[in-house]
Design a protein around this ligand. Structure first.
Ligand SMILES: Cc1cc2nc3c(=O)[nH]c(=O)nc-3n(C[C@H](O)[C@H](O)[C@H](O)COP(=O)(O)O)c2cc1C
Length: 275
């Protein structure tokens, strides 16, 4: 998650047995990104993922970040906002895995053609730059049209939704908003509390903030009377993004506890369905 995912979250995810991800751009410079990779490598042997926002990253910086991922043997790259072909070509020979974000089949087909290992189906209601297709339609549709595995994303905030995503044919569930309300997340306390206090009625889908449709917490969007629009990063710093999955987030707690709860909810849901 742009600006708010950090190395502490990746470490906590790794220790809890899930795959944590953060955009390389969350480090201000390539040097700071390298320091993050060194820190993670010194703390854990378990896997983590780095997101490269292809079209949103200065090409020189992107090049350096991919090189660093190769140098530090980052197990999984998550590519978004662009064509993953070059990254796949460079990292596959090193044994690295690539997941690619899509909201539509045509992008999924292109990414599959580029050789990615799995597609992330970013559905309606997701935090950040969300799609417009309901997960009930998007996950089974992409699964039926693609040969590569599909990962479900969007409004998966608890174990029941993980079970639902798997029932729809997803191989993995990808969660963002839920982890904003984690102790480790770099979001401010006020942002975390707003995640807990919000319902889907508080979320608005608009292209007015960054030029691309994304979901934001309505009360953080400036009114028309506000002065000139700030730079993109500042906009994301002051205007808080979250998905409709805020409904089932009730507490700020450590990632380890969130994962335990999600796993428990998942098993309870499966038991209910099969008993
Ligand atoms: C605050 C925020 C920032 C995000 N930034 C990025 C980003 O930089 N790159 C990216 O690929 N996805 C980004 N996402 C999307 C997430 O990776 C993920 O697809 C999404 O959060 C899943 O939906 P959910 O929030 O409903 O769980 C962001 C999401 C949020 C909430």
């Amino acid at each position: 998650m742009f600006l708010i995912s950090n190395r502490e979250m990746l470490l906590a995810c790794a220790e809890a047995g899930i795959l944590g991800a953060m955009p390389s751009l969350n480090a201000r410079t390539a040097e700071a990104f390298e320091a993050d990779l060194q820190w993670l490598r010194s703390k854990t042997d378990k896997p983590f993922a780095i997101n490269v926002t292809i079209g949103l990253t200065d090409p020189e910086r992107r090049e350096r970040d991919v090189e660093l991922c190769i140098e530090y043997g980052v197990p999984v790259m998550i590519t978004s906002y662009g064509n993953p072909t070059e990254i796949v070509k460079r990292v596959h020979p090193k044994g690295m895995t690539v997941f690619h974000d899509v909201i539509r089949l045509d992008h999924g087909l292109k990414a599959q053609g580029a050789g990615v290992d799995a597609i992330i189906a970013v559905s309606q209601g997701a935090g950040g730059h969300a799609g417009t297709v309901n997960p009930y339609a998007l996950i089974p549709y992409l699964r039926s049209q693609l040969d590569v595995p599909v990962i479900g994303a969007g409004c998966i905030s608890g174990g029941e939704q993980v079970a639902a995503a798997l029932a729809l044919g997803a191989e993995l569930a990808y969660m963002g908003t839920r982890f904003i309300a984690s102790t480790e997340c770099a979001a401010s306390d006020a942002y975390k509390q707003l995640i807990v206090d919000s319902t889907h009625d508080d979320i608005v889908y608009t292209d007015q903030i960054s030029g691309v449709n994304a979901n934001f917490i309505k009360s953080t969007i400036p009114t028309d009377a506000d002065p000139a629009r700030p730079q993109a990063a500042k906009r994301w710093r002051d205007i808080w993004s979250a998905g409709q999955g805020v409904d089932t987030i009730h507490e700020i707690k450590p990632i380890g506890e969130i994962v335990e709860e999600v796993v428990r909810e998942y098993h309870d849901a499966v038991k209910r369905l099969t008993s």
